[in-house]
Ligand binder design. Structure first.
Ligand SMILES: NC(=O)c1ccc[n+]([C@@H]2O[C@H](COP(=O)([O-])OP(=O)(O)OC[C@H]3O[C@@H](n4cnc5c(N)ncnc54)[C@H](O)[C@@H]3O)[C@@H](O)[C@H]2O)c1
Ligand SMILES: [Zn+2]
Length: 359
């Protein structure tokens, strides 16, 4: 068993890294959570893991019920949150009750937000099942929903009581989702841990083969990077921004693609963009950019938004900039394992990069 602690004073919590769900009940007990538990999950994950999880939680003495919503980002809205509130009130959930978010990032963000707001905050736990959720979204306490077409615009910082990762759930994740999650994993190596980046590069076949030792190592390294950043900057007032490597280009590409590309696929293209921009600014050499692109491609990820209109991507970046307070900020590599945040306003330079990206 591997257990990592996120140290945030009285909001500290453990991350369990396991190969099945058999430790879920004792994790609940260890957190001192007894009362009632509502497992919130989506239609895909519910079919696969809801029964096992409910049984494990019941075995710890909890009174367990479930709430299943239709899988997909389109469910990440206030309507679904209201459905959860309705069930919580109808079943008289009180302040001692718990929400368990079983699923990917959509479930975690949504259920976490319901927990943050019901009765001004009840306990919740994260049981992430997608690679994106295990590597990124389940840790750090960002919860929220989309509103009027704007992603994650309504939300709260609210930390879970524990995170329980069963690495073997990745076996049922659609391959494209697995690859997409790997973009954030590779990103973690690139921003803070060169050794981890090398490990991914050299053990790609083991990751795709669901080798338990490799998946444990990857999960531990991921959690260490994410927790380290969150511990230093819980509410994203500074350092936490480095987690956005590849996201300035990536978000714009995601939006121009009309969300036909997955988030991780856009982040992958965005990482290639960030390295190309840094290269043009004399911050890294050509060989580094090539190595990073080769690794992303080996993970089955795109590094080009072929055929996309670079002007539209640029316009989207400017639009995003306005929404975020007027500066076009980029997380740029200094070397593999270290990044810095720079404001770049040189339109010609950015267009050069974008033209390379859409080739
Ligand atoms: N809170 C944060 O810090 C943070 C960080 C990054 C992303 N996010 C959010 O995360 C969301 C994306 O997360 P995601 O990619 O996990 O999306 P998701 O939750 O929609 O999961 C992707 C798909 O995989 C399915 N799935 C999940 N686990 C499975 C499994 N083990 N087996 C089979 N199918 C499985 C889901 O049903 C869904 O269809 C976005 O809404 C994004 O805004 C949040
Ligand atoms: Zn991301």
């Amino acid at each position: 068993m591997d257990k990592i602690y996120v140290e945030l004073g009285d909001r500290s919590y453990p991350i369990y890294i396991e190969a099945d769900f058999s430790g879920l009940g004792s994790a609940l007990k260890e957190a001192g959570l007894c009362g009632r538990v509502m497992v919130v999950t989506d239609s895909n994950v519910g079919r696969l893991y809801l029964e096992t999880c409910m049984n494990e939680l019941s075995s710890a003495g909890a009174q367990v019920c479930s709430h299943v919503f239709e899988a997909g980002e389109k469910s990440k809205n206030l309507d679904t949150v209201q459905d959860i509130y309705r069930q919580l009130t109808a079943q008289r959930f009180d302040r001692g009750s718990v929400i368990a978010a079983l699923g990917g990032g959509v479930t975690g963000d949504l259920a976490g937000f319901a927990a943050a707001t019901y009765m001004r905050g009840i306990s919740y736990v994260q049981i992430p099942t997608s690679l994106l959720a295990q590597a990124d979204s389940s840790i750090g306490g960002k919860t929220g929903v989309d509103f009027e077409g704007v992603k994650n615009i309504v939300g709260a910082f609210y930390q879970p009581r524990f995170v329980y990762i069963n690495i073997n759930t990745l076996r049922t994740l659609p391959l494209r989702e697995l690859r997409s999650g790997l973009a954030e994993v590779i990103k973690h190596g690139l921003i803070r841990d060169a050794g981890f980046f090398d490990y991914i590069r050299m053990n790609m076949h083991k990751i795709f083969g669901f080798d338990e030792t490799a998946l444990r190592h990857v999960t531990k390294s991921n959690c260490s990077v994410k927790k380290g950043v969150v511990e230093q900057d819980e509410k994203e007032s500074g350092l936490r921004a480095i987690l956005n490597l590849g996201h300035t280009f990536g978000h714009a590409i995601e939006s121009v693609s009309g969300f036909t590309l997955l988030h991780g696929e856009c982040v992958s293209i965005g990482i290639a963009g960030a390295f190309r921009l840094a290269q043009k600014m004399g911050m890294v050499g050509n060989a580094v950019t090539e190595e990073v692109e080769k690794t992303l491609e080996a993970a089955g990820l795109p590094v080009r938004a072929s055929g996309m209109d670079p002007q539209r991507i640029f316009a989207e970046m400017l639009h995003d900039k306005k929404a975020k307070g007027g500066k076009l900020n980029f997380v740029l590599p200094v070397r593999i394992g270290e990044v810095t945040v720079r404001t770049v306003e040189d339109e010609k330079l950015l267009m050069e990069v974008l033209k390379e990206l859409v080739r």
